[in-house]
Design a protein around this ligand. Structure first.
Ligand code: GTR
Length: 327
């Protein structure tokens, strides 16, 4: 068969759409995500890749490795620090033990609403947190939405703080989250995301906590039928780059990377809102018991010791005060 020019052109264009375009690029940034293709964070980074390819005239591309192909978050963070992975989309949670500033937006009930969270993360506090990555061989590029996290479990409907007593929940690998769960009267086990499904299934843990899209796409909703919307955390997602990879780029290219990351935020936020709704609909349709009628005040009141233990330096106290003062 003789290929016409248009046919080859169409073939190349479709290759670009399916992600093979990076093969033609001079620089290909390898990007990690624990979520599957189609998840709003993965799609956000895809949008960044498109913007970057365009602004660098096809020189810099992003190749995404979704579904934890490069490992669990904690390990991929180390690999990013070592320059093995160039870009990483992760929750702020797994950074808590290494970068104190990331604890602030990870504090339980720190944000009053999604708008409050956006105002803070898009403002000076957010910028200070992004800047804090530099001392840890990483460049903080942007924050994505991660909704609010609530408890789900396989045992019983939780309708009050008392119901949590004695249950064992998986948390992200952050000491602060272990203390948060203890302060609520339950037990916590830090564990990689990829081990949660089977751990609930086999009864090693009773449940975990996450947002609607993660509860849905991880399949956790199949093994933990009770979801209680106590919304204790609103931890933003973050997009970071390896300092080693960053240093290989010219100043102009670095600016293009920053710009493309910022541009992708809007795309991710829109997709996020739609995915939250779609996941909620699917889980409700699956017949899971969703407890919405819950008094959050006792949960909020129980968090005093967590703030006391983790908000210790003047810098962190000042950040918390500024967040609370943000309208
Ligand atoms: C999700 C988050 C992931 C991962 C996961 C977890 O909400 O998007 O990056 O941190 O939670 O609980 O491990």
């Amino acid at each position: 068969m003789k290929f016409t020019k248009t046919f080859v052109g169409a073939l190349l264009a479709s290759a670009a759409l399916t992600g093979a375009a990076w093969a033609e690029c001079e620089v290909t940034l390898k990007s990690s995500d624990t979520h599957p293709d189609g998840y709003p964070t993965v799609e956000g980074v895809k949008a960044m890749g498109e913007a970057l390819k365009e602004s660098t005239d096809g020189k810099i591309c992003i190749e995404i490795f979704a579904s934890a192909q490069l490992g669990e978050e904690k390990d991929t963070i180390e690999q990013t620090q070592f320059g093995v992975i160039d870009l990483n989309r992760v929750s702020l949670g797994p950074f808590n033990n290494i970068i104190p500033e990331t604890q602030v937006p990870s504090l339980p009930y720190i944000f009053r609403s999604v708008d409050h969270m956006h105002d803070v993360m898009d403002g000076e506090v957010g910028q200070e947190i992004l800047d804090a990555f530099a001392e840890h061989d990483l460049i903080g590029l942007a924050f994505y939405d991660g909704g609010s996290r609530s408890f789900y479990n396989s045992q019983k409907p939780i309708t009050s703080i008392e119901d949590l007593a004695g249950l064992k929940f998986r948390v992200m690998q952050s000491d602060m989250f272990v203390d948060m769960v203890s302060a609520l009267g339950a037990n916590a086990t830090p564990m990689p995301y990829g081990e949660v499904y089977s751990s609930i299934q086999t009864g090693v843990i009773d449940g975990a906590e996450n947002n609607w899209p993660s509860y849905d796409t991880s399949g956790h909703y199949e093994v933990a039928k009770y979801y209680t919307l106590d919304q204790h955390l609103m931890v933003p997602e973050v997009l970071v780059m390896s300092k080693m990879s960053w240093d290989k780029l010219s100043e102009e290219e670095q600016a293009a990377v920053r710009e493309a990351a910022k541009k992708s935020v809007e795309v991710q936020r829109e997709l996020w809102a739609a995915q939250e709704k779609a996941s909620e609909d699917r889980i409700r349709a699956a017949g899971n018991e969703v407890i919405t009628d819950i008094d959050k005040q006792p949960f909020i009141d129980a968090m005093g010791p967590v703030y006391e233990k983790y908000v210790t330096s003047d810098e962190l106290k000042d950040m918390v005060a500024r967040i609370q003062a943000t309208e």
